[in-house]
Design a protein around this ligand. Structure first.
Ligand code: AQP
Length: 337
């Protein structure tokens, strides 16, 4: 029988703060689902993180914390390639090349760029603007077939596909055109205080649940979550965004759908809804938190995982980069990429 090459899955998370329940439900928990069927690369995207000012010591620490979170969430550090973006120079190289195949108008339409400009008005840097091109490079560098992401990244993935198709139309089949993978429920977890906005790790603390929050903090944050002035427990994201967000969280963590969760809690009041949501979150995060604590006690091990995997990632990246450079006409007489 012919040996078909394993399909590739790529995704990344920024070490820009403590990971939230949104990162977990929208992305991280789906990463684990891929590891049996794909060769997966999960990246700590520190180069994306510096589009917003970071404290250098905190950024270094968070890279290790995120690596520990990846492993603690069930990702096998041997089967999967868990590595740090800045350790593989191919990301920056390919991003520059793809910048020259991306239009200003395309980048100006990106809603995350507009949101981040509003949030960081004192630092609207060029990196913030070209962030989606770096993301396209991250994905295309490894010829990824599938990219598990939250709904907020859909627009960036569409742009990645457009760039890949544009490049392929000019130079032949260089890049695999990737597909997104979005979980059935919870691909957009909302802020606890402003449930019409997504939950973000760089927003104020009471708006999100951090993956490492202890049970009493989780209960308190959910108790204070904004709902509405009615009493009816109904899944209706437009008219009842706060209640619907809590129902989605319950649904995502207990493998039912949000309407079912609403039916089960019918007539029991918002207090009970919040209690149930808190229980689901606490129960889900407890094993991850324990494993994270154990891993963080062995930083040398985590650094070893990153070092080893950067080599594996670089080898894969260099294969694509050599091809791209050759196609666009960079001279390579007698040189190895
Ligand atoms: N609220 C969310 N609901 C569902 N998925 C989410 N993701 C983020 N927030 C939610 C998904 O998590 C992955 C990693 O995100 P990221 O850290 O690379 O960047 P982000 O999307 O900008 O996340 P944050 O938390 O909002 O970070 P900051 O505040 O630093 O910008 C992505 O797949 C994302 O879809």
């Amino acid at each position: 029988m012919e040996n078909t090459p394993q399909k590739i899955c790529f995704s990344g998370i920024q070490p820009s703060g403590t990971l939230t329940l949104g990162n977990y439900i929208g992305a991280l928990r789906n990463f684990g689902l891929m590891q049996d069927s794909f060769q997966c690369l999960y990246c700590v995207v520190d180069m994306h993180a510096i589009t917003v000012r970071q404290d250098p010591a905190a950024l270094r620490r968070r890279c290790l914390e995120l690596t520990a979170t990846y492993i603690a969430s069930g990702l096998d550090p041997v089967r999967n390639i868990l590595y740090c973006q800045s350790h593989v120079s191919g990301h920056a190289e390919l991003a520059w090349i793809l910048n020259c195949f991306t239009y200003m108008g395309e980048l100006q339409r990106m809603t995350q760029y507009k949101d981040k400009c509003a949030k960081h008005a004192d630092n609207i840097n060029a990196g913030l603007f070209t962030y989606p091109v770096l993301m396209a490079a991250d994905i295309l560098l490894y010829q990824a077939d599938v990219v598990p992401i939250g709904a907020d990244q859909k627009q960036h993935l569409e742009l990645t596909r457009d760039i890949a198709q544009r490049f392929n139309a000019l130079f032949g089949d260089v890049f695999t055109v990737p597909e997104g993978y979005f979980g059935k429920v919870g691909s957009r977890v909302m802020s606890l205080q402003e449930p019409t906005r997504k939950m973000s790790k760089s927003d104020p603390e009471d708006t999100y649940i951090a993956l490492l929050d202890p049970p009493d903090v989780i209960r308190r944050k959910i108790r204070r979550a904004v709902t509405d002035s009615e009493t009816d427990i109904r899944f209706d994201p437009v008219n009842k965004p706060g209640v619907s967000n809590l129902l989605s969280i319950i649904a995502a963590l207990s493998s039912c759908d949000a309407e079912q969760a609403a039916q089960e809690l019918q007539g029991q009041g918002y207090g009970k809804l919040k209690e149930r949501a808190a229980e689901c979150v606490i129960e889900t995060l407890a094993p991850l938190q324990a494993e994270h604590k154990r891993l963080m006690a062995d930083k040398a091990y985590l650094q070893g995982v990153l070092d080893e995997n950067a080599k594996r990632a670089s080898q894969m990246a260099n294969r694509t980069l050599s091809k791209v450079k050759r196609k666009i006409g960079f001279a390579d007489w007698g040189r190895k990429a």
